[in-house]
Design a protein around this ligand. Sequence first.
Ligand SMILES: O=C(O)[C@H](O)COP(=O)(O)O
Length: 322
Amino acid sequence: MSKKILHIDSNHPLILKEFSLMGYENTENYTDSKEEIEKIISDYEGIILRSRFKIDRSFLEKASKLKFIGRVGAGLENIDCDFAKSKGVVLISAPEGNQTAVGEHALGMLLTLMNKLNLADREIRSGIWKREENRGHEIEGKTVGIIGYGNMGNAFAKRLQGFDCNVIFYDIKPGLENQYAKQVSLEELWIKTDILSLHTPQTSETLNMINFKFINQFKKPFWLVNTARGKSVNTSDLVEALQSKKILGAALDVLEYEKSSFENMFADDVLPPPMQYLMKAENVLLSPHIAGWTIESKEKLARIIVEKVRNIFHLNIPSTIL
Ligand SMILES: O=C(O)[C@H](O)COP(=O)(O)O
């Protein structure tokens, strides 16, 4: 009898092809109804998903045959990982699959922000030709401070080689220093940073991390890049720091309030005031949570999930990473 996998999000087609070559029976169900998925999950050994649904305790209690969860992406905040592990369910994610995309996107946003390219482009299209006002800043000679030095932080630091800047990072885990960046204390990061880039997962420690108190620890005004998680930044405090020029500009791929929170996020009466400010501010660059979403990463993510399932369940090679 073939093993059954339930796919609840659409991914690169190779994922279906490769799993069926391994002898799995694939079911695709991309419904918006979590209840519908909960009703059928007890039939499946594997579930393949992204971040749409919360895989919480009550969901996992219904998943009586579940052996693995394949998260086609990096973040695991939608999954009750501790409970899954206690049930013997193997968690498989693929941060290696979108680290290049995130590293390149963070760098692209930083260069765009520091050189005011988004603003200059908008101006030219409306017939405005400003040169002096659109003088940019260089990365050369600046100190880039990274918080979170996993796959994404590393990918960003690697891409900064060649810019002749100083790259430092803070991470709660010791011993992560490598050829791309120097590990420092938070205090040293606060003193030296000119450009702050966040690469932390969403956890209770990183929730609301960039708030008024934290921002005021920095000794110099700085640019902020966030391609990690929106809820790590307190939007009201960010707005205040932008207004007081403590933060020189912000490039945000992720927002505290993302589209999923609103019927129509472009209507002013729906958005909270700090978000309305960000939407209009000239020194703010926004993208819709696409840092990890390239054509290439879509394929890499799918391939990595398949490889990990093959290693763990078919070749008995223990997985070193989730
Ligand atoms: O965690 C990730 O990999 C990214 O945030 C993208 O996740 P998504 O594809 O589930 O939106």
